[in-house]
Design a protein around this ligand. Structure first.
Ligand code: DC
Length: 226
C-alpha cells in the first residue's frame, strides 16, 4: 500500500538519529495539536524483543520478518503491549535499542511493518517519529523535520537520562554505542536514516525541548497557510 499525494489527513514526520530527543518533541507536538503519535522505533524494539523470546537470531532476515507478521502489537495510553502483555519497560533497555537497530536492517521486516504504520494515519492527524517517516513511510507528509544534535550532545543527554533514573551510565560507552548505531542506521541498504530532500533541518544542540516543539509547531502552521 502506498500513500497517495491526495491523502488529506496531515502527517508531521520527525526523523533523526538515536537520542536526538525527537521522541519527546514528537509527543509534545502531537499533544499540542491533538494528533495521534506513532513511535515507529518501538515497533522495531518489539520485534527485537519477540525475536529474542523466540530464540530467533537478530541477523536472520527471513525468520525475523516471519516472527513480526505473527505479533499482536498494541499501543494504549503510551504503553506498548505485545500479545496483551505490557512490555513498555522491557523494550526501553539499551539491549533492545541495539537489537532494534540490528533487526531494522532487514528489508523483509521493514516491508512487513509498512501497513501497520500506515494504519496510524487517522483524523485529525499524526505525528510520526522514526528514521524513514519522511522518506519511505509517509513521503507525502505535510511537514518533514530532521531533528538532530551532535553525537556528543546526544551522548550527554542519554548519560544524564540514565543517571536521572538511578541507572549506571558510562559516557564513553554511550558515545561509542551511538556512533555504532548511527553508522548502522545510516549505512543500511533498506530505508537508511536520511534527511528527505524536502525536510527542514532542526539542530537541537542549543535548543530547549520547548523551543524545538515551538519551531515544529510554527513550521506546521506556516505550511498550513501556504
Ligand atoms: O527510535 P529508537 O531508538 O526507538 O529506534 C530503535 C532502532 O530502530 C533504531 O536504531 C533504528 C530502528 N528504526 C528504524 O530503522 N526505522 C524507524 N522508522 C525507527 C527505528
Amino acid at each position: 500500500m502506498n500513500n497517495t499525494a491526495q491523502n488529506p489527513i496531515p502527517v508531521i514526520a520527525i526523523d533523526g538519529p538515536s537520542a536526538s530527543g525527537k521522541g519527546t518533541v514528537a509527543q509534545l507536538v502531537a499533544e499540542a495539536l491533538g494528533f495521534g503519535y506513532l513511535d515507529s522505533g518501538a515497533l522495531y524494539r518489539v520485534v527485537a524483543f519477540a525475536a529474542k523470546q523466540n530464540n530467533i537470531d537478530w541477523g536472520n532476515a527471513e525468520a525475523v520478518a516471519a516472527c513480526a507478521t505473527k505479533l499482536d502489537i498494541q499501543f494504549k495510553n503510551a504503553q506498548v503491549y505485545l500479545n496483551n502483555t505490557d512490555i513498555s519497560e522491557d523494550i526501553r533497555t539499551e539491549e533492545m535499542g541495539k537489537g532494534a537497530s540490528q533487526v531494522a536492517v532487514h528489508a523483509p521486516l521493514r516491508a512487513a511493518l509498512v501497513d501497520l504504520q500506515h494504519q496510524f494515519r487517522k483524523t485529525p492527524g499524526l505525528v510520526a517519529d522514526g528514521r524513514d517517516m519522511g522518506t519511505v513511510i509517509f513521503p507525502d507528509a505535510q511537514l518533514k523535520i530532521f531533528l538532530t544534535a551532535s553525537t556528543e550532545t546526544r551522548a550527554d543527554r542519554r548519560y544524564k537520562q540514565l543517571l536521572g533514573k538511578g541507572l549506571p551510565a558510562d559516557y564513553e560507552a554511550i558515545l561509542l554505542d551511538l556512533r555504532e548505531r548511527d553508522a548502522r542506521d545510516q549505512g543500511r541498504a533498506s530505508a537508511p536514516l536520511a534527511m528527505a530532500a524536502d525536510a527542514i533541518l532542526l539542530e537541537t544542540d542549543h535548543l530547549t525541548i520547548a523551543q524545538a516543539v515551538d519551531t515544529v509547531l510554527q513550521n506546521f502552521r506556516h505550511k498550513k497557510t501556504q
